[in-house]
Design a binder for this molecule. Structure first.
Ligand code: AMP
Ligand code: GLY
Length: 421
Protein backbone atom coordinates (compact mmCIF):
# COMPACT_ATOMS: atom_id res chain seq x y z
CA UNK A 1 0.00 0.00 0.00
CA UNK A 2 1.07 3.55 -0.63
CA UNK A 3 0.57 5.76 2.40
CA UNK A 4 0.56 9.53 2.84
CA UNK A 5 1.25 11.22 6.17
CA UNK A 6 0.18 14.83 6.65
CA UNK A 7 2.43 16.79 9.02
CA UNK A 8 6.07 17.48 9.79
CA UNK A 9 6.68 16.96 13.51
CA UNK A 10 8.07 14.27 15.78
CA UNK A 11 4.61 12.72 15.94
CA UNK A 12 4.55 12.24 12.19
CA UNK A 13 8.10 10.82 12.11
CA UNK A 14 7.10 8.31 14.80
CA UNK A 15 4.00 7.33 12.79
CA UNK A 16 6.14 7.06 9.67
CA UNK A 17 8.69 4.72 11.30
CA UNK A 18 5.99 2.60 12.88
CA UNK A 19 4.13 2.22 9.57
CA UNK A 20 7.38 1.48 7.81
CA UNK A 21 7.67 -1.73 9.85
CA UNK A 22 4.55 -3.11 8.17
CA UNK A 23 5.18 -5.58 5.37
CA UNK A 24 2.12 -4.21 3.61
CA UNK A 25 3.63 -0.76 3.21
CA UNK A 26 5.10 -0.25 -0.23
CA UNK A 27 5.91 3.46 -0.03
CA UNK A 28 5.30 6.38 2.31
CA UNK A 29 4.96 10.03 1.33
CA UNK A 30 5.14 12.81 3.93
CA UNK A 31 3.48 16.18 3.41
CA UNK A 32 5.86 17.96 3.94
CA UNK A 33 7.78 15.82 6.48
CA UNK A 34 11.20 16.63 7.96
CA UNK A 35 14.81 15.46 7.64
CA UNK A 36 13.96 12.28 9.58
CA UNK A 37 10.95 11.24 7.51
CA UNK A 38 13.02 11.98 4.40
CA UNK A 39 15.23 8.99 5.27
CA UNK A 40 12.45 6.38 5.02
CA UNK A 41 9.78 8.22 3.05
CA UNK A 42 9.51 10.69 0.21
CA UNK A 43 8.97 14.21 1.47
CA UNK A 44 6.60 16.20 -0.72
CA UNK A 45 6.66 19.93 -0.29
CA UNK A 46 2.94 20.72 -0.40
CA UNK A 47 1.16 23.24 1.82
CA UNK A 48 -1.04 21.00 3.97
CA UNK A 49 -3.69 23.70 4.08
CA UNK A 50 -4.05 23.50 0.31
CA UNK A 51 -6.41 20.52 0.14
CA UNK A 52 -6.80 20.63 -3.61
CA UNK A 53 -3.08 20.40 -4.32
CA UNK A 54 -2.82 17.57 -1.83
CA UNK A 55 -5.74 15.73 -3.45
CA UNK A 56 -4.19 16.11 -6.91
CA UNK A 57 -0.92 14.58 -5.72
CA UNK A 58 -2.71 11.73 -3.94
CA UNK A 59 -4.77 10.91 -7.04
CA UNK A 60 -1.85 11.21 -9.44
CA UNK A 61 0.31 8.87 -7.36
CA UNK A 62 -2.55 6.48 -6.42
CA UNK A 63 -2.07 6.63 -2.66
CA UNK A 64 -4.19 4.11 -0.75
CA UNK A 65 -4.45 5.72 2.66
CA UNK A 66 -3.81 9.13 4.21
CA UNK A 67 -3.01 9.71 7.88
CA UNK A 68 -3.48 13.22 9.23
CA UNK A 69 -1.22 14.16 12.17
CA UNK A 70 -1.96 17.77 13.20
CA UNK A 71 -5.20 19.41 14.30
CA UNK A 72 -5.40 22.40 11.97
CA UNK A 73 -6.19 20.56 8.72
CA UNK A 74 -8.60 18.29 10.64
CA UNK A 75 -10.50 21.23 12.10
CA UNK A 76 -10.55 22.82 8.63
CA UNK A 77 -12.17 19.73 7.11
CA UNK A 78 -9.38 17.87 5.30
CA UNK A 79 -11.08 14.54 6.01
CA UNK A 80 -14.40 15.65 4.49
CA UNK A 81 -12.60 17.05 1.45
CA UNK A 82 -10.49 13.96 0.74
CA UNK A 83 -13.33 11.53 1.52
CA UNK A 84 -15.60 13.40 -0.91
CA UNK A 85 -12.89 12.74 -3.49
CA UNK A 86 -12.97 8.99 -2.76
CA UNK A 87 -9.70 8.98 -0.85
CA UNK A 88 -9.36 6.83 2.29
CA UNK A 89 -8.25 9.00 5.16
CA UNK A 90 -7.68 8.30 8.84
CA UNK A 91 -8.87 11.12 11.08
CA UNK A 92 -12.08 12.75 12.27
CA UNK A 93 -14.22 14.85 9.95
CA UNK A 94 -14.85 18.54 10.41
CA UNK A 95 -17.87 18.17 12.66
CA UNK A 96 -16.15 15.63 14.91
CA UNK A 97 -13.05 17.84 15.04
CA UNK A 98 -15.06 20.52 16.82
CA UNK A 99 -14.12 18.61 19.97
CA UNK A 100 -10.74 20.29 19.61
CA UNK A 101 -11.68 23.18 17.32
CA UNK A 102 -14.18 24.67 19.76
CA UNK A 103 -13.70 24.40 23.50
CA UNK A 104 -17.23 25.77 23.91
CA UNK A 105 -18.66 22.96 21.73
CA UNK A 106 -16.99 20.44 24.03
CA UNK A 107 -18.11 22.19 27.21
CA UNK A 108 -21.71 22.24 25.99
CA UNK A 109 -21.48 18.53 25.23
CA UNK A 110 -20.12 17.94 28.74
CA UNK A 111 -23.06 19.84 30.19
CA UNK A 112 -25.64 17.97 28.16
CA UNK A 113 -24.28 14.51 28.93
CA UNK A 114 -23.06 15.08 32.50
CA UNK A 115 -19.40 14.59 31.62
CA UNK A 116 -17.30 15.67 34.59
CA UNK A 117 -15.36 18.85 33.82
CA UNK A 118 -14.50 22.17 35.47
CA UNK A 119 -17.54 24.40 36.13
CA UNK A 120 -17.68 27.06 33.46
CA UNK A 121 -19.40 30.06 31.98
CA UNK A 122 -19.55 31.27 28.38
CA UNK A 123 -19.36 35.04 27.88
CA UNK A 124 -20.13 37.09 24.80
CA UNK A 125 -18.55 40.43 25.70
CA UNK A 126 -16.08 42.25 27.89
CA UNK A 127 -18.61 43.85 30.23
CA UNK A 128 -20.34 40.61 31.20
CA UNK A 129 -16.98 38.84 31.56
CA UNK A 130 -15.61 41.50 33.90
CA UNK A 131 -18.80 41.59 35.93
CA UNK A 132 -18.46 37.83 36.45
CA UNK A 133 -14.72 37.99 37.18
CA UNK A 134 -15.43 40.38 40.08
CA UNK A 135 -17.44 37.63 41.80
CA UNK A 136 -14.91 34.79 41.30
CA UNK A 137 -12.54 32.95 43.56
CA UNK A 138 -8.99 32.83 42.19
CA UNK A 139 -7.11 31.32 40.44
CA UNK A 140 -9.45 31.08 37.51
CA UNK A 141 -8.94 29.87 33.93
CA UNK A 142 -9.75 32.00 30.88
CA UNK A 143 -9.79 30.31 27.47
CA UNK A 144 -10.15 31.33 23.86
CA UNK A 145 -12.69 29.14 22.08
CA UNK A 146 -10.80 28.13 18.93
CA UNK A 147 -7.41 26.65 18.03
CA UNK A 148 -4.58 28.69 19.50
CA UNK A 149 -1.54 26.40 19.16
CA UNK A 150 -1.63 25.72 22.91
CA UNK A 151 -1.52 29.42 23.80
CA UNK A 152 -5.18 30.34 24.31
CA UNK A 153 -5.36 29.20 27.94
CA UNK A 154 -4.65 31.65 30.78
CA UNK A 155 -4.38 30.55 34.38
CA UNK A 156 -5.14 33.80 36.21
CA UNK A 157 -4.09 34.44 39.80
CA UNK A 158 -6.21 37.55 40.27
CA UNK A 159 -8.85 39.85 38.78
CA UNK A 160 -6.23 42.04 37.08
CA UNK A 161 -4.69 39.15 35.13
CA UNK A 162 -8.07 37.69 34.29
CA UNK A 163 -9.34 40.96 32.77
CA UNK A 164 -6.09 41.25 30.80
CA UNK A 165 -6.66 37.76 29.41
CA UNK A 166 -10.27 38.48 28.52
CA UNK A 167 -9.24 41.72 26.79
CA UNK A 168 -6.53 40.00 24.77
CA UNK A 169 -8.91 37.31 23.58
CA UNK A 170 -11.74 39.69 22.65
CA UNK A 171 -9.20 41.95 20.93
CA UNK A 172 -8.46 39.10 18.55
CA UNK A 173 -5.13 37.73 19.77
CA UNK A 174 -6.25 34.26 18.64
CA UNK A 175 -8.50 35.36 15.79
CA UNK A 176 -12.00 36.77 15.89
CA UNK A 177 -13.64 35.98 19.24
CA UNK A 178 -17.42 36.10 19.70
CA UNK A 179 -17.37 34.14 22.93
CA UNK A 180 -14.92 33.15 25.63
CA UNK A 181 -14.81 30.49 28.27
CA UNK A 182 -14.13 31.17 31.94
CA UNK A 183 -13.73 28.10 34.09
CA UNK A 184 -12.96 26.84 37.53
CA UNK A 185 -9.31 26.01 38.27
CA UNK A 186 -8.94 22.30 39.00
CA UNK A 187 -6.23 20.98 41.29
CA UNK A 188 -5.08 17.44 40.65
CA UNK A 189 -2.71 15.49 38.42
CA UNK A 190 -2.95 15.55 34.64
CA UNK A 191 -3.05 12.50 32.41
CA UNK A 192 -3.25 12.10 28.63
CA UNK A 193 -5.66 9.30 27.72
CA UNK A 194 -6.01 8.00 24.16
CA UNK A 195 -8.51 5.96 22.23
CA UNK A 196 -8.70 5.05 18.57
CA UNK A 197 -12.06 4.74 16.87
CA UNK A 198 -13.48 3.49 13.57
CA UNK A 199 -16.76 5.38 14.00
CA UNK A 200 -18.57 2.37 15.46
CA UNK A 201 -16.13 0.86 17.93
CA UNK A 202 -13.13 2.11 19.79
CA UNK A 203 -10.13 0.73 21.62
CA UNK A 204 -7.81 2.24 24.18
CA UNK A 205 -4.54 3.48 22.80
CA UNK A 206 -2.42 4.04 25.88
CA UNK A 207 -1.85 6.76 28.44
CA UNK A 208 0.97 9.22 28.93
CA UNK A 209 2.10 12.17 30.96
CA UNK A 210 3.60 15.10 29.17
CA UNK A 211 5.62 18.01 30.52
CA UNK A 212 4.36 21.19 28.91
CA UNK A 213 6.35 23.83 30.81
CA UNK A 214 9.73 24.85 29.50
CA UNK A 215 11.73 24.78 32.75
CA UNK A 216 12.60 22.03 35.18
CA UNK A 217 10.19 21.60 38.07
CA UNK A 218 7.33 22.17 35.59
CA UNK A 219 7.87 25.95 35.68
CA UNK A 220 7.89 28.73 33.11
CA UNK A 221 5.79 29.25 30.00
CA UNK A 222 3.90 26.48 28.23
CA UNK A 223 5.48 24.82 25.21
CA UNK A 224 4.31 22.25 22.71
CA UNK A 225 5.77 19.64 25.09
CA UNK A 226 9.28 19.14 26.49
CA UNK A 227 8.97 15.42 27.07
CA UNK A 228 6.58 12.65 28.02
CA UNK A 229 6.42 9.17 29.39
CA UNK A 230 4.07 6.25 29.07
CA UNK A 231 2.19 4.81 30.84
CA UNK A 232 0.95 7.56 33.15
CA UNK A 233 1.67 6.67 36.78
CA UNK A 234 -2.04 7.15 37.46
CA UNK A 235 -3.17 4.41 35.10
CA UNK A 236 -5.06 1.52 36.66
CA UNK A 237 -8.00 -0.60 35.61
CA UNK A 238 -10.53 1.04 37.90
CA UNK A 239 -9.63 4.54 36.74
CA UNK A 240 -9.59 3.41 33.09
CA UNK A 241 -13.12 2.11 33.47
CA UNK A 242 -14.26 5.35 35.09
CA UNK A 243 -12.72 7.36 32.23
CA UNK A 244 -14.48 5.24 29.63
CA UNK A 245 -17.81 5.27 31.45
CA UNK A 246 -17.92 8.91 32.55
CA UNK A 247 -16.03 10.64 29.75
CA UNK A 248 -15.37 8.70 26.54
CA UNK A 249 -18.67 6.81 26.20
CA UNK A 250 -20.98 9.78 26.82
CA UNK A 251 -18.87 11.91 24.44
CA UNK A 252 -19.17 9.42 21.58
CA UNK A 253 -22.85 8.93 22.39
CA UNK A 254 -23.42 12.69 22.39
CA UNK A 255 -21.69 13.01 19.03
CA UNK A 256 -23.75 10.18 17.58
CA UNK A 257 -26.93 11.94 18.70
CA UNK A 258 -25.78 14.76 16.41
CA UNK A 259 -25.10 12.23 13.61
CA UNK A 260 -21.35 12.51 14.08
CA UNK A 261 -19.23 9.36 13.99
CA UNK A 262 -15.74 9.80 15.33
CA UNK A 263 -12.99 8.12 13.28
CA UNK A 264 -9.39 8.64 14.38
CA UNK A 265 -7.45 9.21 17.56
CA UNK A 266 -9.24 10.93 20.41
CA UNK A 267 -6.97 12.36 23.09
CA UNK A 268 -8.61 13.27 26.37
CA UNK A 269 -6.59 15.70 28.49
CA UNK A 270 -7.74 14.82 31.99
CA UNK A 271 -7.29 16.10 35.51
CA UNK A 272 -7.44 13.28 38.04
CA UNK A 273 -8.75 14.41 41.41
CA UNK A 274 -9.13 11.85 44.20
CA UNK A 275 -8.99 9.04 41.61
CA UNK A 276 -11.82 10.61 39.63
CA UNK A 277 -11.39 11.91 36.07
CA UNK A 278 -12.37 15.41 34.91
CA UNK A 279 -12.10 16.44 31.29
CA UNK A 280 -9.88 19.47 30.69
CA UNK A 281 -9.85 19.35 26.92
CA UNK A 282 -10.14 17.08 23.90
CA UNK A 283 -7.69 16.83 21.04
CA UNK A 284 -8.75 15.01 17.89
CA UNK A 285 -5.33 13.58 17.12
CA UNK A 286 -2.37 11.94 18.79
CA UNK A 287 -0.43 14.08 21.24
CA UNK A 288 3.02 15.34 20.45
CA UNK A 289 5.29 14.15 22.18
CA UNK A 290 2.90 11.54 23.64
CA UNK A 291 2.72 9.76 20.27
CA UNK A 292 6.48 9.39 20.17
CA UNK A 293 6.52 7.71 23.55
CA UNK A 294 3.44 5.51 23.01
CA UNK A 295 4.07 4.08 19.54
CA UNK A 296 7.34 2.31 20.44
CA UNK A 297 5.26 0.24 22.88
CA UNK A 298 2.92 -0.98 20.14
CA UNK A 299 3.39 -4.63 19.17
CA UNK A 300 0.69 -4.79 16.51
CA UNK A 301 0.92 -3.60 12.93
CA UNK A 302 -0.05 0.10 12.89
CA UNK A 303 -1.15 -0.06 9.26
CA UNK A 304 -3.64 -2.83 10.09
CA UNK A 305 -5.03 -0.65 12.86
CA UNK A 306 -5.40 2.46 10.69
CA UNK A 307 -6.84 0.47 7.82
CA UNK A 308 -9.37 -1.24 10.06
CA UNK A 309 -10.49 2.21 11.24
CA UNK A 310 -11.17 3.54 7.76
CA UNK A 311 -13.03 0.33 6.86
CA UNK A 312 -15.09 0.23 10.10
CA UNK A 313 -13.44 -2.99 11.14
CA UNK A 314 -11.53 -2.09 14.28
CA UNK A 315 -13.48 -4.60 16.36
CA UNK A 316 -11.79 -7.51 14.64
CA UNK A 317 -8.28 -6.05 14.94
CA UNK A 318 -6.14 -6.83 17.95
CA UNK A 319 -4.06 -4.09 19.51
CA UNK A 320 -1.20 -5.52 21.54
CA UNK A 321 1.36 -3.66 23.61
CA UNK A 322 4.78 -4.23 25.15
CA UNK A 323 4.47 -4.08 28.89
CA UNK A 324 7.43 -1.66 29.14
CA UNK A 325 8.08 1.91 30.17
CA UNK A 326 8.80 4.46 27.53
CA UNK A 327 10.19 7.97 27.79
CA UNK A 328 10.66 10.83 25.37
CA UNK A 329 12.92 13.83 25.95
CA UNK A 330 12.67 16.74 23.53
CA UNK A 331 15.82 18.58 22.46
CA UNK A 332 14.91 22.20 21.72
CA UNK A 333 16.58 25.20 20.13
CA UNK A 334 17.99 27.59 22.76
CA UNK A 335 15.47 30.39 23.35
CA UNK A 336 12.36 28.25 22.67
CA UNK A 337 9.42 28.87 23.21
CA UNK A 338 10.30 32.54 22.58
CA UNK A 339 12.89 33.58 20.05
CA UNK A 340 15.32 31.05 18.68
CA UNK A 341 17.55 30.67 15.67
CA UNK A 342 16.90 28.22 12.86
CA UNK A 343 19.30 26.68 10.34
CA UNK A 344 21.90 25.62 12.87
CA UNK A 345 23.65 22.50 11.69
CA UNK A 346 23.24 19.36 13.77
CA UNK A 347 26.42 17.37 13.38
CA UNK A 348 27.12 13.95 14.87
CA UNK A 349 23.65 12.51 14.20
CA UNK A 350 25.20 9.93 11.87
CA UNK A 351 27.68 8.97 14.60
CA UNK A 352 24.93 7.74 16.91
CA UNK A 353 24.10 4.09 16.52
CA UNK A 354 20.78 3.21 18.04
CA UNK A 355 20.09 -0.20 19.56
CA UNK A 356 16.76 -1.98 19.71
CA UNK A 357 14.05 0.10 21.36
CA UNK A 358 16.04 3.31 20.99
CA UNK A 359 14.72 6.02 18.69
CA UNK A 360 15.52 9.51 17.54
CA UNK A 361 12.46 11.11 15.98
CA UNK A 362 13.01 14.33 14.10
CA UNK A 363 10.68 17.28 14.70
CA UNK A 364 12.01 20.68 13.54
CA UNK A 365 14.77 19.54 11.18
CA UNK A 366 15.52 19.85 7.50
CA UNK A 367 18.09 18.36 5.20
CA UNK A 368 20.30 20.30 2.84
CA UNK A 369 23.23 18.85 0.85
CA UNK A 370 23.29 15.77 3.09
CA UNK A 371 23.58 17.89 6.21
CA UNK A 372 20.89 18.27 8.86
CA UNK A 373 19.81 21.70 10.13
CA UNK A 374 17.42 22.83 12.84
CA UNK A 375 14.09 24.11 11.58
CA UNK A 376 11.92 24.83 14.62
CA UNK A 377 11.76 25.16 18.38
CA UNK A 378 11.40 21.48 19.13
CA UNK A 379 14.12 19.79 17.11
CA UNK A 380 14.71 16.14 18.04
CA UNK A 381 12.88 13.61 20.23
CA UNK A 382 14.88 10.95 22.03
CA UNK A 383 12.81 7.93 23.00
CA UNK A 384 13.76 4.75 24.81
CA UNK A 385 11.58 1.83 25.80
CA UNK A 386 12.91 -0.30 28.65
CA UNK A 387 11.85 -2.07 31.82
CA UNK A 388 11.89 1.10 33.93
CA UNK A 389 11.77 4.86 33.47
CA UNK A 390 15.14 5.54 35.07
CA UNK A 391 16.94 3.21 32.66
CA UNK A 392 15.16 4.88 29.75
CA UNK A 393 16.06 8.37 30.93
CA UNK A 394 19.71 7.57 31.74
CA UNK A 395 20.18 6.12 28.27
CA UNK A 396 18.54 9.15 26.67
CA UNK A 397 20.92 11.50 28.49
CA UNK A 398 23.92 9.53 27.21
CA UNK A 399 22.71 9.78 23.63
CA UNK A 400 22.02 13.52 23.92
CA UNK A 401 25.47 14.05 25.44
CA UNK A 402 27.00 12.09 22.60
CA UNK A 403 25.16 14.26 20.08
CA UNK A 404 26.48 17.37 21.85
CA UNK A 405 24.50 19.89 19.79
CA UNK A 406 25.64 23.34 20.86
CA UNK A 407 22.33 25.11 20.13
CA UNK A 408 20.22 22.61 22.04
CA UNK A 409 18.70 22.44 25.51
CA UNK A 410 16.45 19.91 27.18
CA UNK A 411 14.77 19.25 30.51
CA UNK A 412 16.70 16.83 32.71
CA UNK A 413 13.73 16.11 34.95
CA UNK A 414 11.24 14.53 32.55
CA UNK A 415 9.43 11.88 34.54
CA UNK A 416 10.40 13.34 37.93
CA UNK A 417 7.25 11.91 39.49
CA UNK A 418 8.07 8.38 38.37
CA UNK A 419 11.81 8.40 39.02
CA UNK A 420 13.20 8.47 42.52
CA UNK A 421 16.58 10.15 42.71
P1 AMP B 1 -5.70 23.03 27.42
O1 AMP B 1 -5.09 23.62 26.19
O2 AMP B 1 -7.16 23.28 27.60
O3 AMP B 1 -5.26 21.61 27.69
O4 AMP B 1 -4.97 23.78 28.62
C1 AMP B 1 -3.57 23.81 28.73
C2 AMP B 1 -3.16 23.49 30.13
O5 AMP B 1 -3.75 24.44 31.03
C3 AMP B 1 -3.65 22.13 30.62
O6 AMP B 1 -2.81 21.09 30.25
C4 AMP B 1 -3.68 22.37 32.11
O7 AMP B 1 -2.36 22.25 32.63
C5 AMP B 1 -4.09 23.79 32.25
N1 AMP B 1 -5.55 23.90 32.46
C6 AMP B 1 -6.50 24.10 31.53
N2 AMP B 1 -7.72 24.15 32.08
C7 AMP B 1 -7.53 24.01 33.40
C8 AMP B 1 -8.40 23.98 34.54
N3 AMP B 1 -9.72 24.17 34.42
N4 AMP B 1 -7.87 23.81 35.75
C9 AMP B 1 -6.53 23.66 35.92
N5 AMP B 1 -5.67 23.69 34.90
C10 AMP B 1 -6.14 23.85 33.66
N1 GLY C 1 1.33 17.28 24.14
C1 GLY C 1 0.20 18.10 24.03
C2 GLY C 1 -0.47 18.08 22.72
O1 GLY C 1 -0.12 17.35 21.82
O2 GLY C 1 -1.44 18.82 22.58
Amino acid sequence: MKIGIVGSGGREHAICLSLNKSKKVEKIYCFPGNAGTGIVAENVNIDINNFEELKNFIKKNSLDLIIVGPEKPLVNGIVDYLTNNNIKVFGPNKKASQLEGSKIFTKNLCKEYNIPTANFGIFKNLIDSEKFLKTCNYPIVVKADGLAAGKGVYICEDFKNATKAVNEIFNGKFGKADQILIEEYLIGEEMSFFIISDGKHYKQFGTAQDHKRVYEGDKGPNTGGMGAYSPSRLENEKLNNEILRKIIDPTLYGLRKQNINFVGFLYAGLMIIDNQPYLIEYNVRMGDPECQTILPKLKSDLLDIFYSCVTSNLNSTNIEWHDDKSMCVVLCSKGYPDNFENNIEIQNLDKISLKNNEYIFHAGTKENSNKIFSNGGRVLNFVIRSKDFKTSRDKIFKIIQHLNWSNGFFRKDIGHKVIEI
